[in-house]
Design a binder for this molecule. Structure first.
Ligand code: RP5
Length: 163
């Protein structure tokens, strides 16, 4: 059986519930994924080892999710040349603004594609991953097109708010 295409890494088990929309959307696209809890701050050596293992197993794209001083996506980007999508999580007393700044403000040369804070960002991380993988995978490209068609079909045109 082929290994996962996408590796989702979060900093704590407490992050997993926010990531459900990410996992569901990846499943919807038929993208094989695996998830790990590895803190960039508490388990730096394990994170380094995991990225090397994941690359060797064929992972093509990493999604990193963390709250507070959210260095995990940036550390992932320092360890791999593959695309990294960062999800800032909103667990802290600053409502995720702390994580957003940490994830989005990467120095030049170490890119992290940063999505929205929290569960909306978790879903968009999966949609963005699908669009990136679709460039080289026609089956995923078909599912991206189908999702966009289905989403645009949900638009309500010319509604009467008084009705
Ligand atoms: C971050 O600190 C984690 O990603 C999590 O969002 C936050 C709190 O972690 P725990 O104290 O719940 O382990 O590293």
């Amino acid at each position: 059986m082929p290994g996962p295409t996408v590796a989702v890494v979060c900093g704590s088990r407490s992050d997993l519930s926010t990531l459900k929309g990410c996992f569901d959307a990846l499943d919807g696209y038929g993208i094989a994924w695996e998830a790990s809890v590895i803190s960039a701050h508490r388990q730096a050596d394990a994170l380094h080892a995991y990225v090397a293992e994941a690359e060797a197993a064929g992972v093509r794209l990493f999604i990193g999710a963390a709250g507070l001083a959210a260095h995990l996506p940036g550390v992932l980007a320092s360890l791999t040349a593959r695309p990294v999508i960062g999800i800032p999580l909103d667990g802290g007393s600053l409502g995720g603004a702390d994580a957003l700044y940490a994830v989005v403000q990467m120095p030049p040369g170490v890119p992290v594609a940063t999505v929205a804070i929290g569960s909306a960002g978790a879903k968009n991380a999966a949609h963005l991953a699908a669009r990136i993988l679709a460039l080289a995978d026609p089956a995923v490209a078909d599912r991206v097109a189908a999702f966009r068609d289905e989403q645009s079909g949900r638009a309500e045109l010319r509604i009467d708010p008084r009705a």
